[in-house]
Design a protein around this ligand. Structure first.
Ligand code: G3P
Length: 222
């Protein structure tokens, strides 16, 4: 499988509403122009349908889901509705939206087979516990490096390679990503060298003056 470049739009003003649609279009163009990696946009639940309509060929994931069904669950993010509105995957347990292990377990049990779930881990212990549940992928992101200028691949390469080794030893089918501070093609190339299968990033794209240039650069060393 090709490396994944997963861009989390978070709640950045540059990546919500009409801006989210524009950024997703840029990502769809970058995806179409690139044979060596796949791009994924991770958008607000509010923006799922409009982003999917703006960039129908792009993988569009949601930023969180709750393991609830139809019924009395005010304010929770219902998986079936997200899928109906265009979600083709989700992240879960992001450092900015932590959940319990049971939440992840119940969500995995509820989602359709093959629906991509990227569980985020802050450290090796969390990665080990999540790997045992068998999500599609695990993204290791040291919280203190999120939003910073130094990529995790430079600041803490050991946690990247350590997580890749650990996760594969627990469950070889789980893909491993890394994130926090990833900004350019060198960071992505280093992530792959350290044993991962892609990156999860945000500010490097959402705060860029030239997102199209950054998207092209991210895959330029693959
Ligand atoms: O979900 C990606 C994220 O937490 C990393 O953010 O801004 O460091 O790329 P950033």
């Amino acid at each position: 499988m090709k490396p994944l470049i997963v861009v989390n739009f978070k709640t950045y003003s540059s990546a919500h509403g009409a801006n989210a649609e524009m950024l997703a279009k840029f990502m769809a163009e970058a995806d179409a122009a690139c044979d060596s990696a796949d791009f994924v946009a991770v958008v607000s639940a509010f923006d799922l349908a409009s982003v999917k309509a703006a960039a129908p060929n792009l993988q569009v994931w949601t930023q969180h889901l709750d393991p609830v069904g139809f019924g009395s669950h005010t304010g929770w993010l219902h998986p079936e509705t997200a899928i109906e509105r265009g979600a083709t995957g989700t992240i879960i347990n992001h450092a900015e939206h932590k959940v319990s292990i049971d939440h992840v377990k119940n969500l995995l049990a509820q989602l359709p087979d093959g629906f991509p779930v990227c569980a985020c881990a802050a450290d090796l212990d969390e990665a080990r516990a999540l790997a045992a549940l068998g999500p599609t992928m695990i993204a290791v992101e040291p919280p203190e490096l999120i939003g910073g200028d130094i990529s995790v691949t430079t600041a803490d390469p050991e946690i990247v390679s350590g997580t890749a080794n650990l996760v594969k030893s627990v469950n070889p089918d789980v893909r491993v990503l890394c994130g926090a501070g990833v900004k350019n093609g060198d960071d992505v190339a280093m992530a792959i060298q350290l044993g991962t299968e892609g990156v999860l990033l945000a500010s490097g794209v959402t705060k860029a003056n030239d997102p199209q240039g950054i998207l092209a650069d991210l895959v330029s060393k693959l």
